[in-house]
Design a protein. Sequence first.
Length: 392
Amino acid sequence: MRYSRLTERVAGRGAGAWAIHIEARRRHEAGDDVIVLTVGDPDQHPPEAVIEATVAALRGGRTGYSGILGFPAVREAIAARVARRSGQACTADNIAIVPGAQGGLYVAFQCLAGPGDEVIVGEPAYATYEAVLGASGAKMVTVPLRPEAGFHPDLDAIARAVTPRTRAIWVNSPHNPTGAVMTRDEMEAVAALCRRQDLWLVSDEVYEDLAFARPHAGAWSLPGMADRTVVISSLSKSHALPAFRFGWLVGPPTLMQHLFNLLLCMTYGSPAFIQDGALAALRQELPEVAELREDYRRRAGKMSAMLADAPGCRVTPPEGGMFVLLDVRGTGLGSAEFAMRLLEREAVAVLPCDGFGPSAAGHLRIALSAPEARLAEAGSRILRFARGLALG
């Protein structure tokens, strides 16, 4: 039997990036003592206020359908949060509730780009980006983020990549997998280019609360951009709630009208009890969020310091997020072979980044998603493995 061409478009390079993760999970479930650091799945406990509100909503019978774009109170709470943080006007008419940031990116590009269009993305890019654009029919045009520049955007290269077919520039800060945090000047320069060329600015800000090198510069904070900016974020990383699949999209009200039609035939609204629980996180700045950010800052510093002594390796200390990037090209092994041999010999699973784009070739992404003692053990095992390679 035949399948649609969509099945080919969503099976990009990124689909193969998870082979190590799948094998590591298989071994872990079989009883092996594997330290799995492949996925950004927070190990910390979510804020108790969110859990209690969610449980109360379930016990209160909040299991029916909700509004297609989300309950008004929830959209208003997100809008108030965005306005408070950005200093720019934002109302419930600018907000749609989506199934996590990943779902938000998918539905956004279904409405913003299509066959024949191009979207400029810095690479390395998160592994699912290619498939998100492939599903829309648009082409991903990549601009390298160079290791020697700390993986910050090359603004001149982005400008040169614009063609008459360009529909949007897609940024991600704090960046996955590199941990780079865009400066305010960099974000403003991208916005100015979007205005000059009449382009959308799409900003993946799922790690916005985990910026620790400098304050997060959100795209919605840029003056004169509200009619061409789309911001996607969620509670998954900031509040350790990935299973909630609770995210939001900020954009012009006309986009929300299109999203209503799309979500009507997809999710038919976010679960009511999840939205009730999320309100506890949206109406106030919970202290657990700042604690979680400091936790990742501390973990990143310790892991980076340990791996600085790994022969043939070069560590990129992150400026935000929950990953450390390790360049292993000096060991003589490619990232996939290094990762597989590390799993086999030391029972540590990390993610090869070749599927994230050419600029990440030879790099490994190490998720800081385990308690500090476990991360320290993983760092020791990686160091021992690298030293063994150096000895031949």
